[in-house]
Write a protein that binds this ligand. Structure first.
Ligand code: UN1
Length: 515
């Protein structure tokens, strides 16, 4: 294990992390407090990496006060100048990409390539946000009244909070944070307590850039406190928007609390994504797309392919090739050569995996591949499993739930209308895919009566979205949109402006009110 100890020590050192780290940043790092410290264990070998202190109620209050103060300064800086600051942050992330990516690998067990991809995604969002900072367009309308001008303008909304999940421990934060920053908001980050160190390292890098540029510290950090800090954020009227990535039940509680005070939410909750594989598809491509979708990040993406709906005529061939492909994918510690599937995040994820398989079997599902815990020599403390493939039916309850683990349910269909019905028969609506080269099938899938998800893919995987599009889903996925396209509008308030430059006050709708 000396290798992984060396790796850990080198990663911590390069990023300026210690055995014990403050988990609270306002415009400075708050003092480390042993009480309620969060310990971060690597899922690769189950060993302790380092600890981070959690926010106390006093820390919370200081962070809020600071964020409001920083907002007052930040909102007066012209948006393109804010963009220039985000450009510097993006450039620094480029320089630190390797080290930060390695920390992601260490802390959440992503493969090296996916760990680096996590940081690349932040860099991409930074670039996108720089361009956005010179846009933030409002529309101009024609007025029905003479000598009147009608247009809309956009203004920032103040401090926002981003509550992020372990599986994308920094990039999903940046989807919100960098876009919100160019709009003029400040951002309070509550990361997952399963990935506190990545958040601390990111804030260390970014706050260094802001310091150097003498810019206000617009990104604050509040680690831990679980529901305590989460509750405070949800109930605090000073936080104008809460962007939450996580489970449906927690998202529902947050949404209700924030709505109760007329705050805004962006919710990115569970996905239960399916790929339809038609007999008019390129089967090699379909296999690659489904295997990547179901096994990347060990099935722990919101966008993971959890269901594959295969046409009857190719069902046997496809499932047998699927099993074969699964058997060739290397599972193990991410630092081992050729590994594509790393560990699950912790022991409770392994238990959830095993109990979902039992539930599926008890409902009549047929386990046709994997489904075991895998022990890896030298990494006995790690959380490895053999991904499972289960033949399933639409009537089963378990297939309607998101299990955050590599379980793929296989369904059979004859007509495309049946495939689409099965596809839409779950409460979640994040991502979807169809593999076909038939134009009619493709268009059926993309029609209003087709996929009911926020993301629809043709001949590519449910997972692996680019940042340029708006990301998010429908139904119980929560309806939020983040990252690209016009998602920036969520972080701003719209003001419709009517200006009269005439000498009279004509009224709209021809109303008369002569005095
Ligand atoms: C998530 O799992 O919360 O599309 C986000 C993807 C990644 C993002 C997933 N770019 O798979």
């Amino acid at each position: 294990m000396s290798n992984s100890d060396n790796f850990r020590n080198a990663v911590l050192k390069k990023l300026g992390l210690a055995e014990e780290n403050s988990g609270v940043f306002s415009d400075h790092w708050h003092e480390y407090n042993e009480k309620d410290a969060v310990e971060s264990y690597s899922p690769i070998d189950g060993k302790l990496i380092a600890a981070a202190s959690s926010a106390s109620p006093e820390d919370y209050e200081q962070v809020l006060k600071h964020s409001i103060k920083a907002y007052r300064e930040w909102l007066n800086i012209p948006a393109p100048k804010r963009g220039e600051i985000i450009r510097e942050i993006g450039n620094e992330l480029r320089r630190r990409k390797a080290d930060l990516g390695n920390l992601v690998t260490l802390e959440v067990g992503k493969t090296e390539s996916e760990g680096q991809g996590e940081i690349q995604e932040m860099i991409d969002v930074a670039d996108f946000s720089v361009g956005l900072s010179r846009q933030l367009y409002g529309l101009t309308m024609t007025s029905e009244r003479p000598k009147h001008r009608l247009y809309e303008q956009w203004s920032p909304i103040g401090p926002i909070a981003v509550v992020s999940s372990f599986n994308f421990p920094s990039s999903v934060w940046s989807w919100n944070a960098f876009v919100a920053a160019v709009t003029g908001d400040t951002v309070i980050w509550k990361p997952s307590s399963k990935a506190p160190l990545t958040a601390i390292a990111v804030i260390k890098v970014i706050s260094g850039v802001l310091d150097r540029l003498k810019a206000p510290q617009i990104f604050s950090l509040l680690i831990g406190g679980g529901s305590i800090i989460g509750d405070r954020i949800a109930n605090d009227t000073r936080v104008s928007l809460v962007s939450f990535t996580g489970s449906i039940p927690v998202g529902k509680t947050i949404a209700e609390k924030v709505a109760g005070r007329f705050g805004r939410t962006i919710l990115e909750l569970g996905g239960n994504n399916a790929a339809i594989v038609s007999d008019k598809s390129d089967m090699d491509m379909a296999l690659k797309g489904v295997v990547f979708g179901s096994l990347a990040t060990a099935g722990q993406r919101c966008t993971s392919t959890r269901r594959v709906i295969v046409q009857d005529s190719i069902y046997d061939e496809f499932t047998s090739r699927l099993k074969k492909a699964y058997s060739t994918v290397k599972i193990g510690p991410p630092d081992m050569k050729g590994v594509l599937v790393g560990p699950l995040i912790d022991s409770s994820a392994v238990n959830t995996f095993l109990s979902a398989i039992e539930e599926a079997k008890s409902e009549g599902g047929r386990l046709i591949y994997g489904g075991n815990v895998r022990k890896i020599e030298g990494y006995e403390g790690g959380f490895y499993v053999d991904p499972a493939i289960i033949e399933a039916s639409e009537q089963m309850d378990i297939v309607k739930k998101e299990t955050f683990a590599p379980i793929l349910y296989v369904f059979r269909y004859k007509a495309m209308s049946d495939a689409i019905r099965i596809h839409n028969s779950v409460p979640q609506g994040l991502s979807s895919a169809i593999f076909t080269y038939d134009l009619r099938e493709e268009e059926m899938f993309l029609a209003a009566t087709g996929s009911d998800c926020g993301l629809a893919n043709v001949n590519t995987s449910t997972a692996g979205a680019e940042i340029g599009g708006a990301f998010g889903g429908e139904k119980q996925t929560g309806g939020g949109r983040e990252s690209g396209s016009d998602s920036w509008k969520s972080y701003m308030r719209r003001q419709t402006v009517t200006k009269n430059w005439g000498n009279d006050i004509p009224l709209a709708q021809d109303v008369r009110f002569d005095i």
